[in-house]
Design a protein around this ligand. Structure first.
Ligand code: NAI
Length: 467
């Protein structure tokens, strides 16, 4: 007898942030949910991305703090990096979060199936072990993998992507980081702080291309001050491994650099090739993204897609937000589509970067007449106390009819703990507040967030310290 497929309210393919957020949200509302996951729930973010990368960046912070302790009158021996211990700590953090997530899914009665799921007609999801599931609704959330470039075959030894860097037992003495975007800058920063000689090779004219130029310039200055070699506007032509296979020479333009490892961080691509989809109305574009409308609906009624699989910012919190909206629709609740121009973005390099809304360049390109103001952290008491005066807050506003700063279009920050300070900027941008409205709020003293407060005050023409 042919077994009948198991029935669920929602079948989710992929247990990363987009998939597990849908499962948790739907499970809480009493929906019967199945998740098909080929590796571990938590996905790239938990196992090969955000969490492990930030854990290593924290290791770099500890190293920097100990190295700089003397300035505070604390005498310590020169620190030594035991990267295997850093790996063990990272794994402990990841495993604790993984256990927590599994426990939560279980508590919400989510059933997980191990394997690769593919979707066929009539909402039938087939797991590669033969199990068949049918969902009244299906959510595709199979995520993404690192993109590579021709001439740089990833071998896990000389050529690495983020997946391999995060599994290293020992750091290379030198590395070329290809791509100066979010991942490239985080890895360059971490490796350099922990003693690797780093060369960054970026194809575009500046690193962190999506960031405001004033913000990217602070990161660039810091990288150069710490001894990194940063080349922008370069075309990477390939590499030649040494005879003993212990190093390789990377060719770019007329120049070469010989390194122990090459880190390829040129973006990620959607993982849609194993999803089946024959006989369904789900469409995949030529880059591999599953096509969705603003409500995350695919061309097949009842089938949605979310996270890195769709062509929206490849950020865990965007995946969460998309999935929550999908489940709310399934529940019949009203939903407002996401305004992707206003989602927050944090980069955990040293110095950190935090962004909400448009950069000055993007605002001008979009046709806005703008008024901007920058305030450096160098004048902030707390920044001097913690010994991190490099950085600034920049607020970008639409110019009002009176020529003064109107609606806040963007808040771009770089400097100490800005990733934890973005909240006010995010709310200002999304509430379309004006500097005068935000300047009414009191900032506690002494805090790093006074710099944001001071910037909006200055935009009203009443800055206490900034003109
Ligand atoms: P990305 O798109 O942010 O940056 C890739 C960089 O590589 C770009 O600057 C691009 O111009 C450059 N590039 C492309 N091809 C090149 C070539 N052949 N030679 C030299 N440079 C080249 O992608 P990234 O950094 O790999 O990150 C992937 C995704 O993950 C992004 O969507 C990013 O936003 C997200 N992410 C988010 C983080 C966060 O929120 N903290 C951290 C890390 C990644």
């Amino acid at each position: 007898m042919v077994p009948t497929p198991q029935q669920f309210d929602v079948v989710i393919i992929g247990g990363g942030p987009a998939g597990y957020a849908a499962a948790l949200h739907g499970g809480l509302a009493g929906l019967r949910i199945a998740v098909v996951e080929k590796e571990k729930v938590g996905g790239t973010c938990l196992h090969r991305g955000c969490i492990p990368a930030k854990e290593f960046l924290e290791t770099a912070t500890v190293y920097r703090t100990v190295t700089g302790a003397k300035e505070f009158g604390i005498e310590v021996e020169a620190p030594v990096v035991q990267f295997a211990q850093s790996q063990a700590r990272k794994q402990k953090v990841v495993d604790q979060l993984w256990r927590g997530l599994q426990g939560l899914l279980k508590k919400r009665k989510v059933v997980t199936f191990a394997g690769t799921g593919s979707l066929g007609p009539d909402h039938l999801v087939r797991v590669d072990d033969g199990t068949e599931l049918v969902g009244t609704h299906v959510i595709l959330a199979s995520g993404s993998v690192p993109r590579t470039i021709p001439g740089f075959d990833v071998d896990g030894r000389l050529v690495l992507t983020s997946d391999e860097v995060l599994a290293l037992e020992k750091l290379p003495s030198s590395a070329a980081v290809i791509g100066g975007g979010a991942i490239g800058c985080e890895f360059a920063s971490m490796l350099s702080d922990l003693g690797t000689q780093v060369t960054v090779l970026e194809a575009l004219p500046k690193i962190l291309p999506g960031c405001d130029k004033d913000v990217a310039d602070v990161v660039l200055r810091s990288f150069k001050k710490r001894g990194m070699d940063v080349h922008t506007g370069v075309n990477v032509a390939g590499h030649t491994p040494s005879a003993d296979g212990r190093s390789t020479t990377v060719h770019f333009g007329e120049q070469d650099v010989t390194v122990e490892a090459v880190v390829v961080s040129v973006g990620r691509r959607p993982l849609s090739e194993n999803l089946g989809l024959e006989g369904t109305g789900v469409r995949v574009d030529r880059r591999g993204f599953v096509e969705v409308d603003e409500y995350m609906r695919t061309g097949e009624p009842g089938v949605f897609a979310a996270g890195d699989l769709v062509d929206t910012p490849a950020l865990a919190h965007v995946g969460f937000a998309e999935s929550i909206r999908i489940v709310d629709q399934i529940l019949g609740d009203p939903v407002v589509p996401i305004d992707y121009s206003k989602v927050p973005l944090c980069i955990y390099s040293h110095p950190e970067v935090a962004i909400a809304g448009l950069s000055e360049e993007a605002a001008r390109e979009a046709g806005y007449d703008v008024v901007t103001k920058k305030d450096p952290f160098g004048g902030n008491g707390r920044a001097l106390i913690v010994g991190e005066p490099d950085g600034l807050v920049k607020v970008i506003c639409e110019k009002g009819p009176d020529g003064k700063a109107g609606r806040i279009l963007g808040v771009h920050m770089v400097g100490p703990w800005v990733t934890e300070q973005l909240g006010q900027g995010y709310l200002s941008v999304n509430w379309e507040a004006t500097p005068a409205e935000v300047a009414e709020f009191i900032q506690p003293h002494p805090t790093l967030s006074e710099t944001f407060g001071e910037t909006v005050l200055a935009l009203t023409g009443r800055g206490l310290h900034v003109g």
